[in-house]
Design a binder for this molecule. Sequence first.
Ligand code: HEC
Ligand code: HEC
Ligand code: HEC
Ligand code: HEC
Ligand code: HEC
Ligand code: HEC
Ligand code: HEC
Ligand code: HEC
Ligand code: HEC
Ligand code: HEC
Ligand code: HEC
Length: 359
Amino acid sequence: MNAPPDNRERRLKWTFPLQIPLGVLGLAILVGCSTQVRHKWLTRLIDGVPEPGATNRPAMQLDEAGYPLTPAPHSQPASTNAPAAAAVKFVSHPPYEDRSCLECHRSQFDVKMKGTQREVCFSCHDDFLQKAKFKHQPADNSECTSCHQPHGSPIKGMLKLGGKALCLDCHDDPLAKGKFTHQPVETGCQDCHSPHASAQPKLLVKPSKDLCLDCHDDPLAKVKFKHQPVESGCTDCHAPHASPQGKLLTKPARDLCLDCHDDPTAKAKFKHQPVESGCLDCHSPHGSMENKLISKPLEKLCLDCHEQKDIDSAKGHQGMGATPCLKCHDAHAGADQYLLKPELLKAAADPGTKPPVAK
Ligand code: HEC
Ligand code: HEC
Ligand code: HEC
Ligand code: HEC
Ligand code: HEC
Ligand code: HEC
Ligand code: HEC
Ligand code: HEC
Ligand code: HEC
Ligand code: HEC
Ligand code: HEC
């Protein structure tokens, strides 16, 4: 986590010369002074405050409480961030617009709140926290104003910052660590997360798998054999934000498979070379039309890498006809260099037994 008060500090620094007069100003506002008077106060404090009603406004604008309307340049979110980039029109919170200051503040002479922010805000808004199973800590802690401007804001939803800049004010950028990044995370966070609360852990807007299938085709839709972990979800193998591996894999593919499966070559004297480098040369990670998740029919799979002429010329293949390769060979490893199955090795040692050739 970053230090949450970062942005606030920046703002306080920026408004430093305003600190004391603001209190006075606040009181002045509370006792109901006109826009004209407030304008005088502000022009005395800083240059560049526009004439009330002026259309050609300078870059830095202030709201009625003296906050900059557009975020300071260094807190300006990335360029993809349309809401903030287009920050122009200040939208007032209706009770502020209506000058119903006392809906929230204790009295005309005291800017303190009537209660906690949850009490004050939920006196008008539906309490979305009450029934939620998982709550976002700042909302739960009654810190609505860590994200919202209570009086109004030029950013949609009365937010302090637009798009993912809001979230990155407190959270480390989940894309920072990854070489491969998930496209929707580049645009924002709210495609997948609720800002306040959720029935799902990690504030997900939907159960995790449904979320992925909102945008991706179901990889199990057209297969006959399904890989069990894919039936239960996607995040066993894929990182939701970013990863050092391609395809957002949480680990290099082989390590990933060996997290749940025994290494099929671990105890073998001879290893089939492609199995040492990985598993995806032969297996589909999600599902397949073939048993054991092999990526294509067996006859074709072996011939992807082995040439028919070499197979035809091998001594051990004489008269084997259409006998499946796996009748004699193990796909992963073996006790001899030809990866022959134990039965066959025994047969070779005892010339009395016949090899398992198809009739
Ligand atoms: C919807 C509730 C609400 C209404 C209505 C409201 N305020 Fe506020 N006001 C707040 C909150 C929340 C804060 C921030 C308190 C904090 O950060 O601790 C605040 C802060 C202030 C401050 C302190 C300076 C600042 O901006 O931090 C002043 C001054 C102020 N309000 C004046 C007013 C005036 C004048 C009105 C009526 C025109 C008004 N407020 C209406 C909620 C409200
Ligand atoms: C006196 C009633 C009242 C209080 C108290 C109040 N609000 Fe509101 N708020 C409204 C009304 C009315 C609207 C405009 C209608 C709407 O969108 O619900 C509104 C709109 C909003 C919106 C914008 C919704 C949008 O879609 O753009 C936000 C965000 C919001 N309020 C947050 C707060 C927060 C945070 C507090 C507490 C600091 C608060 N409100 C307290 C009455 C209130
Ligand atoms: C972590 C940041 C964050 C916190 C904390 C937070 N909000 Fe929000 N809130 C948002 C965002 C983001 C939206 C969506 C704005 C949009 O896109 O229109 C939102 C929307 C709203 C809306 C508009 C209606 C809706 O539900 O979409 C209201 C009302 C609201 N918030 C009230 C509150 C209140 C009350 C609290 C404190 C109990 C609070 N918020 C705390 C970020 C936050
Ligand atoms: C004011 C600071 C603040 C802001 C702004 C903020 N968060 Fe958080 N967030 C927290 C804190 C504190 C926690 C709880 C500690 C933790 O789990 O790291 C948290 C937790 C989370 C979690 C994990 C919840 C869990 O169950 O483990 C998610 C997801 C999250 N925030 C997403 C967001 C998104 C999306 C946004 C922008 C809409 C956002 N946050 C904005 C402070 C913030
Ligand atoms: C494509 C959907 C998606 C987007 C977009 C997204 N997230 Fe997440 N996020 C997830 C999922 C899924 C998890 C839960 C991972 C898990 O359960 O292991 C998660 C978990 C988290 C957590 C909890 C801690 C952790 O890493 O497990 C935080 C914090 C978080 N996200 C913040 C963010 C922020 C900030 C953004 C925007 C910059 C964002 N997320 C955008 C899907 C997304
Ligand atoms: C809001 C839409 C959206 C959601 C939700 C979403 N994705 Fe994506 N995802 C995309 C887009 C867009 C791309 C990039 C385009 C592409 O390669 O298809 C992408 C790319 C990917 C890739 C990399 C593809 C490649 O070829 O490198 C994987 C893996 C992935 N997403 C998995 C997931 C998982 C797992 C989830 C659920 C946690 C998820 N996605 C949720 C939109 C989404
Ligand atoms: C058992 C681990 C595992 C699970 C669970 C898993 N994937 Fe994958 N996924 C992979 C691997 C490994 C690749 C890389 C394939 C490659 O490089 O050829 C991949 C690739 C992808 C791609 C990139 C395009 C493609 O097909 O090569 C997308 C999109 C994707 N997965 C989505 C999902 C979704 C959605 C889910 C959940 C329904 C999911 N995955 C569950 C392991 C998994
Ligand atoms: C999260 C754990 C997990 C991961 C990661 C995982 N698997 Fe699986 N795999 C399973 C489970 C559970 C089954 C079903 C039970 C079984 O048959 O062993 C299964 C079944 C299989 C099967 C079919 C076994 C049969 O007898 O039908 C193959 C082949 C397979 N996995 C290969 C892979 C490969 C290749 C990878 C890496 C891309 C991988 N697995 C990653 C858990 C996992
Ligand atoms: C050269 C192709 C190939 C490679 C590479 C490969 N496999 Fe296999 N695998 C197969 C074939 C073919 C089968 C079916 C064996 C059978 O039906 O007797 C199989 C079966 C399996 C099974 C089902 C259980 C069993 O042993 O029959 C698992 C689990 C499995 N492989 C895991 C892996 C893992 C993990 C890797 C990577 C370390 C891997 N495979 C690499 C071809 C391969
Ligand atoms: C991804 C490529 C690939 C696939 C698919 C593949 N092999 Fe291999 N195989 C190799 C490589 C590379 C070697 C070791 C180099 C060599 O000597 O040709 C090898 C070696 C062998 C050997 C050991 C004898 C030798 O020449 O060293 C046998 C037996 C064998 N493979 C059988 C099979 C069978 C049966 C299948 C189908 C289940 C299969 N292979 C699928 C690449 C592959
Ligand atoms: C009837 C059992 C049997 C069947 C079926 C069989 N093999 Fe063999 N294979 C052997 C024996 C025994 C050897 C031992 C070496 C030799 O005699 O040349 C061998 C050797 C090999 C070699 C190494 C050849 C060399 O000269 O280095 C490869 C590669 C191979 N087999 C692949 C395959 C493939 C691919 C299939 C399926 C199309 C297959 N085998 C089917 C028994 C069989």
